[in-house]
Design a protein around this ligand. Structure first.
Ligand code: NAP
Length: 465
């Protein structure tokens, strides 16, 4: 028998997580010039992870990445094993037994915590919950957000916060033609939100928005972007940061914010207020969120190393709803090391390492679970390619015997009552979603229950009478 990667001994690889980094890892394997079987394992019956459940519905261009993933899914030797949860339906040890290598591309689906009193009061939510809810993620479908609140706080100044602000600020009519989940559109149509306060712990020069996303917040039809001009005064270190050529995004952000500060409100029914140098100190209320107490900060440190230091001065914002949008964190997978502080699987050059820093043979990671939640969708391509390069470099050290891949896993799943969803099953779900959206002028109406998704092809599974 030849070494893994040959016609008579295909390299069997399980990739866990079907978001962008999973598809890019699959592509790198399937186009490496060797014979490789890739099984892309996904917890939900629907693939595409963050692109389907994270990208905002009013940003359809970003979802065009799916067209690339559809092409990858049609490559020979690609298979989707949807509706399969690693660690529950199949263990990591079982995957190691049936595959030559396992690549974890399971993203960052939890949130960092603020660590302040009252963080878990009703009315205080993570941005992740809200984003997954309006995008129709089955596990978040039944969440409730009290949109009868007139004042909302969004903590954090990155692009996720920008998404949350936009969805809160837009009218239902502006969202109606998107693939926003029906339950979310209904709830947002009844929203009484009037003021959205987006709160940064550092200054305008340190906000993490990208220019396009920030500019868009000033172009909303029904919501006026407001900044106090005094809040845009910069210390010498921040001015030095903006003078650095490579920091053009921040320089442009400050320019955009100055433009917002110069504008009149213009009779729009909603307003979006930017706050800088303020951190949540406490969330308070009788049984539910009523007040956000913030502490004022000053910046301390050299340019590009400035951190927020509390001044002791506080101020209060009466609000009934709050979203914490302060960055994602990965969640541990049973049987795989996890760096809880960084919220990632520890790796070196894409190889998963143990507590002593030694690579664990045949286990790899790529994407946000490897490097943390940074960059745009395309950033994950280079990241996945780099991890797969390490895997291919390790080929001589991998077990040289043949592995069964999905044929080994299928009986385990069957015995556990798990019906894996193939790519053609997904195509049936996809077609039904698109058909459901058509009469409403939407690109699709997503199924938001796993059972609804499974029913799309279970009908096809029934033997003909
Ligand atoms: P992010 O860009 O890292 O922003 C996180 C924000 O939270 C920062 O303003 C950060 O401030 C703040 N923060 C962190 N800890 C805090 C604390 N304890 N108290 C107060 N504020 C705190 O993360 P993200 O918005 O979740 O986005 C994740 C990635 O997805 C980013 O790369 C983003 O660009 C990308 N994304 C892109 C798009 C798009 O292209 N349209 C859309 C959504 C997301 P500090 O700077 O002080 O830490």
């Amino acid at each position: 028998m030849h070494a893994p990667g040959s016609e008579d001994n295909p390299l069997q690889v399980a990739v866990v997580g079907s978001g962008p980094s999973g598809f890019y890892a699959a592509e790198a394997l399937l186009k490496c010039g060797r014979t490789v079987d890739v099984d892309l394992i996904e917890r939900l019956p629907a693939p595409f992870g963050l692109v389907r459940y994270g990208v905002a519905p009013d940003h359809p261009k970003l979802k065009e990445a799916i067209l690339t993933y559809e092409i990858i899914a049609r490559l020979p030797r690609f298979a989707l094993l949807g509706n399969v949860t690693v660690g529950r339906d199949v263990t990591v040890d079982e995957l190691r037994a049936h595959y030559h290598a396992v690549v974890f591309t399971c993203g960052a689906e939890a949130d960092r915590r603020l660590g302040v009193p009252g963080e878990d009061l009703p009315g205080s939510h993570t941005a992740t919950e809200f984003v997954a809810w309006y995008n129709g993620h089955p596990e978040y479908r039944d969440r409730h957000f009290d949109l009868s609140a007139e004042v909302v706080a969004v903590v954090g100044q990155g692009n996720v916060a920008a998404d949350v602000c936009r969805i809160l600020a837009k009218s239902a009519d502006e969202l109606r033609g998107t693939d926003i989940a029906e339950h979310a559109l209904d709830a947002l149509a009844a929203s009484r939100v009037r003021e959205i306060h987006v709160i940064g712990r550092r200054g305008p020069a340190q906000a993490k928005f990208t220019n396009k996303e920030l500019k868009e917040l000033g172009e909303l039809a029904n919501c006026a972007a407001q900044v106090d001009p005094g809040a845009l005064e910069l210390n010498a270190e921040s001015r030095a940061e903006l003078e650095a050529k490579a920091n053009f995004v921040s320089a442009k952000n400050v320019e955009i914010l100055r433009d917002f500060a110069s504008r009149a409100r213009g009779g729009k029914p909603r307003r979006l207020v930017f706050h800088f140098l303020k951190s949540p100190a406490k969330l308070a209320g009788a049984g539910r969120l009523q007040e956000l107490v913030m502490v004022r900060n000053r910046l301390e440190g050299a340019p590009f190393e400035q951190v927020a230091r509390e001044t002791g001065q506080t101020e209060s914002l009466a609000c009934g709803l709050l979203f914490r949008s302060i960055g994602y964190s990965g969640v541990p997978v049973a049987g795989v090391p996890f760096d809880a502080k960084r919220g990632v699987i520890p790796t070196r050059d894409g190889r998963i390492v143990d507590a002593a820093g030694a690579p664990i043979p045949r286990l790899y990671a790529a994407g946000w679970i490897k490097r943390g939640p940074t960059g745009i969708i395309g950033t994950n391509r280079a990241d996945s390619v780099a991890s797969i390069k390490s895997l291919l470099a390790d080929l001589p050290a991998l077990p040289q015997d043949s592995r069964m891949g999905s044929k080994g896993v299928a009986p385990l799943l069957e015995a556990r009552g798990v019906r894996p969803v193939s790519y053609s099953d997904w195509s049936a779900i996809d077609a039904e979603e698109v058909a459901r959206g058509r009469p409403k002028g939407k690109p699709r109406e997503k199924f938001t229950r796993v059972e609804q998704m499974l029913a799309c092809f279970e009908r096809v599974d029934q033997p003909a009478l």
